[in-house]
Design a protein around this ligand. Structure first.
Ligand code: ZN
Length: 369
């Protein structure tokens, strides 16, 4: 085994040892934050507990109005960026799709005008730095929007190079947010959407599509860069030593994935990678199951054992949505069930999770998982 494989397996052993709990039934669920069920994990966090969503309204009415305008501004930009990413992911884009990308580009180009109209006069001096940073962000959005709509739909390189500029813009939005007296939750800020193996934070269009297909409704999958992921999970670690692989936020219907989970899934989606041996299969099984688990939090709620068991039963079709064939999907599901599930912490396991058991969603089916 290579040194890297060894390190990864050690990490896997630690991480699969834990996953955040469901806690107070609030929006945040995590697979993910390891729990203390073995000595080496004694300091692992109890659960993910960062409160998400827009903080409770405080401050003046003027400030609240301005914050609402900022949320609308984010929403508009996020929608435009997502539209471009999903048009590119569309196998057979229509003329209408190209038009919609052109409209989205127009939103990005005119970001500065919108800003002047709605946000240029902040409620007080504490918001001034944010406005300056938002202006810089709009310049980056505009620079990326100089691209041609048709090229963005057809050409991955064109999309990636435009998305790099937008990524500078969204990083500035995050910086603008940090400058606020009361920052908004960072995992809900706009991100570029690009279907390619890149390292900057983005909405992942193929994983988003897979999540929607599994759920039969809207959902979003986000892939985070290393530095952004560190920042995101910093508030959730509780001083623990474990590694958070992913988490889901139910009220925004969003799955948030660590850079290494995304690397594995991107290698499948865009690199045609396939596991060569059993070690690689196990590593991949952990990443695919992590994705399945988080998506199913959005359908099944916060009980870890239930979510995990349903995800185990659905990981085969999900693996196929990510590009594996039927046989590979079956091997992956089996490897997870046999090699990893038994070592999951108690919270993630259940005696009811077995063929014909109470958590078997299709008891008439012969095969398991
Ligand atoms: Zn979970």
């Amino acid at each position: 085994m290579t040194a890297r494989g060894c390190v990864l397996l050690v990490l896997l052993a630690i991480v699969l040892g834990g996953c955040g709990g469901d806690g107070d039934g609030s929006a945040t669920q995590g697979r993910d934050a390891p729990r203390a069920d073995a000595p080496e994990r004694a300091h692992a966090p109890e659960r993910l507990r960062e409160a998400r969503g827009v903080p409770a309204v405080r401050g003046s009415a003027a400030e609240q109005r301005w914050r609402n305008a900022l949320l609308d501004f984010h929403r508009e930009l996020g929608r435009a960026l997502r539209r471009i990413g999903s048009a590119h992911a569309d196998d057979d884009p229509s003329e209408r799709t190209v038009e919609r990308v052109e409209e989205a580009l127009e939103t990005l180009r005119t970001c500065g005008d919108d800003l002047r109209e709605t946000l240029a006069r902040p409620p007080d001096a504490r918001h001034r730095r944010t406005v300056q940073l938002l202006q810089q962000a709009c310049r980056a959005f505009r620079a990326g929007a100089e691209a041609d709509a048709r090229a963005l739909v057809a050409d991955t390189e064109a999309l990636v190079s435009a998305a790099r500029r937008w990524s500078e813009g969204t990083a500035l939005l995050a910086q603008a947010n940090r400058a606020l007296p009361r920052p908004l939750p960072i995992d809900a800020l706009p991100l570029p959407s690009v279907g390619a193996a890149v390292s900057f934070s983005r909405v992942e269009p193929e994983l988003t599509r897979a999540a929607r297909e599994v759920l039969g409704r809207d959902a979003e999958a986000r892939c985070w860069s290393e530095p952004d992921w560190k920042r995101l999970v910093a508030g959730q670690q509780d001083g623990g030593e474990g590694v958070i692989w992913a988490y889901a936020v139910i009220h925004t219907s969003t799955v948030h994935l660590s850079p290494w989970v995304c690397d594995d899934l991107n290698a499948l989606l865009y690199g045609g990678a396939r596991p060569d041996d059993d070690d690689e299969l196990l590593l991949l099984a952990a990443s695919v199951q992590t994705f399945a688990h988080e998506v199913l939090h959005l359908a099944e709620g916060s009980n870890e054992a239930v979510v995990e068991c349903v995800a185990i039963q659905r990981v085969r079709p999900i693996a196929e949505l990510l590009g594996l064939d039927e046989e590979e999907g079956a091997r992956l599901a089996e490897a997870y069930w046999e090699e990893i599930y038994p070592d999951m912490p108690a919270e993630y396991r259940s005696d009811a999770c077995r063929p014909g058991g109470p958590l078997d969603r299709e008891p008439e089916r012969d095969e398991w998982p």
